[in-house]
Design a protein around this ligand. Structure first.
Ligand code: SOE
Length: 382
């Protein structure tokens, strides 16, 4: 590829494939980038379906075999948007072939796979090959800004971390089976799919690692129609919901919940942090706002204030619209590729790295183990 171009090959073309395609297209039009992505090839086993997505988003070519994609000289980066059971194999092969990698979350289906992926990324980094895991919500301006406020000491020493990720798309017990309800493909249910997001967000904003967990996984509906309207049902082999408490290495206490059965909550990714000097609260369903309480103010007038995180001085905003015009779900994906391209161009490792993805995977593994034996589990560090 020409010096200022990066050939992208994306594997997968469903929901995440659309979000990533949009991001690769949009990033260079709104952000000033020294490295420009080229939508070189999209890969999916169903040629017709992949071609339709290629036409829609402007991918230049279609492959049906991810190994062929990795072999192509005009591809510099592999973007993995497939179910978790394929992440390790594709990512490791791509890194060994010298291709940068962006991999959807959670990094893998097991800690063992994530360890191998993190080792491959560490080896590849020695040769300037970069790897990032897609915990996209870090790139929501209000979430990045919350981290800045914590780093600046605005809420003091953190005591409580309260996280929830509430969805309701599985509340109907006749909602059909998909790969997301199959442990062999997805690794886990609400735990890895959305619990991973909220615990990554908590660690990111607080700058602190979860060191111990105690959790319970629950499956409310253990069989579902094989397809919409079918009378034949198949087994659900993952959790519908998870609740866990967590100890952080800064001494704070965390309480978390993730579910796909919270009727009426469509995508409520929430985080509240209470510190000695104040509190912060965020809800993705109101994503352009961050709530901030300053406990050092006169109690007579103190109260949570809603900060509209759309000022030019807020993270990522200067590339977009004037204050108050707001951003949406897709912008996090655009910011993600902007940060990745900037890291690649600058010769530095992007975050969240595969090591960060492994750290999340270890927390997920410890929650699962705790749910199995009812004990509190320590999370291996490093
Ligand atoms: C499904 O629950 C899902 O699409 C997750 O897989 C995504 O990571 C999240 O952004 C939205 O919900």
């Amino acid at each position: 590829m020409a010096n200022n171009q990066l050939g992208v090959g994306m594997v997968g073309y469903a929901f995440m494939g659309a979000a990533h395609s949009h991001a690769w297209r949009t990033a260079p039009t709104f952000f000033d980038l020294s490295l420009h992505p080229r939508l070189t090839a999209i890969c999916g086993r169903d040629h017709e379906a992949a071609s339709a997505v290629a036409d829609k988003f402007g991918w230049e070519s279609v492959e049906t075999d991810w190994q062929k994609l990795i072999e192509r000289d005009d591809i510099d980066l592999i973007d993995i948007c497939t179910p978790g059971d394929t992440h390790a194999e594709i990512a490791i092969a791509a890194l060994e072939a010298g291709k940068h990698v962006l991999c959807e979350k959670p990094l893998a289906n097991t800690v063992e796979e994530a360890e191998r992926m993190a080792a491959a990324a560490a080896d590849a980094a020695k040769h300037g090959v970069r790897a990032m895991v897609g915990f996209t919500y870090r790139r929501t301006p209000a979430v990045s800004f919350a981290r800045e406020l914590v780093n600046a000491g605005r809420i003091g020493t953190i005591r409580h971390v309260r996280g929830q990720y509430l969805q309701d798309w599985l509340s109907d017990e006749d909602a059909p089976l998909t790969w997301r309800m199959d442990k062999a493909k997805a690794g886990s249910g609400a735990l890895g799919d959305i619990g991973a997001h909220v615990l990554d967000m908590a660690q990111f904003v607080t700058g602190s690692a979860i060191t111990s967990v105690s959790g319970v996984l629950k499956t409310f509906v253990d069989s579902r129609p094989l397809s919409a309207g079918s009378s034949e049902r198949g087994p659900v082999t993952v959790d519908d919901a998870v609740a866990f408490t967590a100890g952080f290495d800064n001494g704070s206490l965390g309480v978390f919940e993730a579910t796909r059965m919270a009727t009426g909550r469509r995508n409520a990714l929430r985080l509240e942090i209470n510190g000695t000097k104040g509190s912060l609260a965020f809800d993705f369903e109101d994503m352009n706002y961050l709530e901030y309480f300053d406990a050092t103010e006169d109690p007579a007038v103190a109260g949570f204030r809603r900060i509209n995180v759309t000022q030019e001085s807020h993270p990522y905003i200067s590339a977009w619209w004037p204050p108050g015009h707001g951003l949406g779900y897709e912008h996090g994906f655009t910011h993600q590729v902007v940060d990745l391209l900037t890291s690649i161009a600058g010769g530095v490792d992007p975050t969240p790295s595969f090591a960060d993805g492994l750290a999340v995977q270890r927390v997920l593994g410890a929650i699962e183990a705790s749910s199995g034996d009812g004990a509190t589990h320590q999370v291996i560090a490093g």
